[in-house]
Design a protein around this ligand. Sequence first.
Ligand SMILES: [Fe+2]
Length: 383
Amino acid sequence: MRLVATEHLNTGDRIGRDIVTSGDGLLLLRAGMRISDSFQRSLRRAGITAVWIDDELSAGIEPLEMLREETRHRAVSAIRSAFQDVSQSLVQGGALPADTIRKMTAVAELIGRDIADNAQSALALNDLANADSYTMKHSLAVTALGLALGIRAMRRYGWTDHRGARRFDQVEQRLSQLGVGLLLHDIGKLAVPPEILHKPGPLTDDEWTAMRAHSMLGFQMLKGTGGISALARSVVRSHHERWDGTGYPDRKAGVAIHQFARIATVADVFDALTSERPYSAAEPAHRAFEYVVSRAGRDFDPDIVDVFRSSVAPYPPGTGVVLSDGSRGLVKEVRPAFVECPIVRIVVDPSGRSIPPREVDLSTTPELTIVSEDVAPLAPLAV
Ligand SMILES: [Fe+2]
């Protein structure tokens, strides 16, 4: 399978995965169907910018699965019910029911187990595109990526206790609290007026102030809730702090920001950049990757960015790429030790001719690098 921009789809292309609308999660087109002119129009209307296509060129290439289907379903329904409970308690002025917190903790542990089982694979968030609505998808993606970074960061650096000692114990309990914090990190957005939240243009200063209040509002919402730990709440409160002290709400800097919030920030920014939002189109993974790396030491903790660099695939399997010699192909496989040097299936040679597929391992061919994502449609095989 390969990911093809909607504008480059051809009539007759076979859809590789079910296509679900990002707003309400409705099934738009089923895997196996063929693209027609009218399908293309409905994809554009639904704001879907890229589609997984199954063809001869991409035979044997599979999108990276970060979470099992069942985990994804359970997580989305747990996030949805927590958000409903919070909406209700906002109206009635009560706290979040203890049962909701228990469910969130169970889901955070489930996601953590999926991620830990997959620790050997590099991460790509594109397999989460099937979760419904931006907040659901975003909460799930930030949790999955944040936990993946958390597991690796704990392994490498451990955590620092209040006496300043570095520790490697109690990691599992702490990670499940990180998961709960990540699942709920944007829950304060329920208290932001929807016309600001979904505004399809730039926000005014006043609107930004209202938007920025969400992290503190979320923290306060969870205050009286039994079962929510201080660790989880610090993720909610501090996920918009920046390493150099320019974030909000407390303008904390460096290690004064809780380690879990520093992890959440990286996951939050990466996912926001690679997602369609009301006011901007999704960036390809490699551009968001470069952005995160370029902001190490300014926006982000350099140690966490280091973990990120060895965890996330800037060019996930199925992405079309242009190589430094002008040849073009598809990313076949990404290995965690070499996330920036995947195995590429070359199908077009440097002179622009289609050739029978040839695989090169960029980790062993230093003279070849990826220079950009291939947005042009690949020519059909001339053999
Ligand atoms: Fe946020």
